[in-house]
Ligand binder design. Sequence first.
Ligand code: AMP
Length: 117
Amino acid sequence: MATDTTIFGKIIRREVPADIVFEDEQLIAFRDIAPSAPVHVLFVPKTPIASLDAAQPAHAELLGRLMLAAAEYARTQGLAQDGYRVVVNCGPDAGQTVFQLHLHLLAGAPLGPFGKR
Ligand code: AMP
């Protein structure tokens, strides 16, 4: 399997520290180092996938697990009732900076309208 050489790959391999809040065989989740909301957690598959644009049909189950892990985390942290936002940045116009697919979970306060330029 290819090695994820991004900062997230280093976090997965424990080469770089992170505030890890969830991990299983296929996924890891940790707090964003520069949070955009009171709760800002990144959910990352351990399989190297550079972006959503690079995802393949073979990744369908993994992507489903990624979404469900975020929802489960939100539920268990008591965030689901007030609500939360899930974001995947893909490519330059979205401002993707780390080229290992990841999902942002944002919560803990009203987040305002989404998608304004
Ligand atoms: P994106 O713009 O979607 O690629 O998001 C990348 C996110 O990774 C940004 O919100 C960064 O703040 C976050 N980030 C970068 N390095 C680290 C790190 N070492 N630990 C936690 N989050 C990080």
